[in-house]
Design a protein around this ligand. Sequence first.
Ligand SMILES: [Zn+2]
Length: 334
Amino acid sequence: MRHIQQFAAKLILVALLSGCATQAVRAPLPGEPVADEISLLRGNFVPGTQPDGNTVLLRGRGGLVVVDTGRHAAHAARIIEAARASGQPVAAIVNTHWHLDHVAGNAALREAFPQLQVHASEAIDQALHGFLADYRVQLQALVAKPGNATPAAVAGWRGEIARIDTGAQLRPTQPVRASGSFSPGGRRLRLGLERNAVSGGDVWLFDPATRTLVAGDLVTLPVPLFDTACSGGWQEALGRLDGIGFARLVPGHGAVMDHAQFGVYRGAFDRLLACAEGDASADACKAGWLHDAQSLIPPQDVALADPLLDYYITHVLRADPVRRGKYCHKEPHE
Ligand SMILES: [Zn+2]
């Protein structure tokens, strides 16, 4: 009997040691833990500076998947440092959309990990000839006549021009043209494509193993960012996201939320659009969003939300019909 007990104890010890050995091979994934082998590097979004989008790291057997790469060099450096600390190379980037705060780090990551593939929609091609080309003209005019601008502001404009000029390196190597499954780094994931929401080509990513949805700017806090959006198409896209069986959602800006919190976001979004279409004052619509989404907005972010809402309600949601429809397309979603 004693012999059997000793044998059993040995087996347990072996099992424990092998468990430790397995864990020892894998360094913890840097960043805020989101789910098993998924972490978040939060993007900066504070008044007075251009934002960085959130970056999500997902680890598979054969490498990392990096969702979005931020705008500033410091954010890309954080991603590269995190990848190196994780002990695995970056196998793939997924860009949720072409805005500079989500793609500009692609160039530095591709230099650090030349084998990686970039999965993204092709909407960036149109943007490089349209929105981003126009923005570059505006930036050049500012640099040429800086007036009383601070040297830091001028350096910021030059930085934006330099980012736009890396255009070719920001494009996808693997264009996402339809929703479907793929397995970068050995991790099975679903990609979805929305063509008529925030940017003309929004990609979301769902990890079925952990029921984690990475939504990009289809969900952003402290406010939805309407600059290149088709607000009605976006509203419909949020309805489709709601139908995905996710337990947690990582937004393009802001903190991780659960499905019930996403329901709060969606309701607040619907009411904001309804308010903007009605007769209420812009201030009333703003107060409505801040009230409806209050539980999702950290108190210190209200100061950031305030001017953004003033701008979007008056100059986008209540703009003339041409401006309102500028980013709406007829193509159905995938
Ligand atoms: Zn963004």
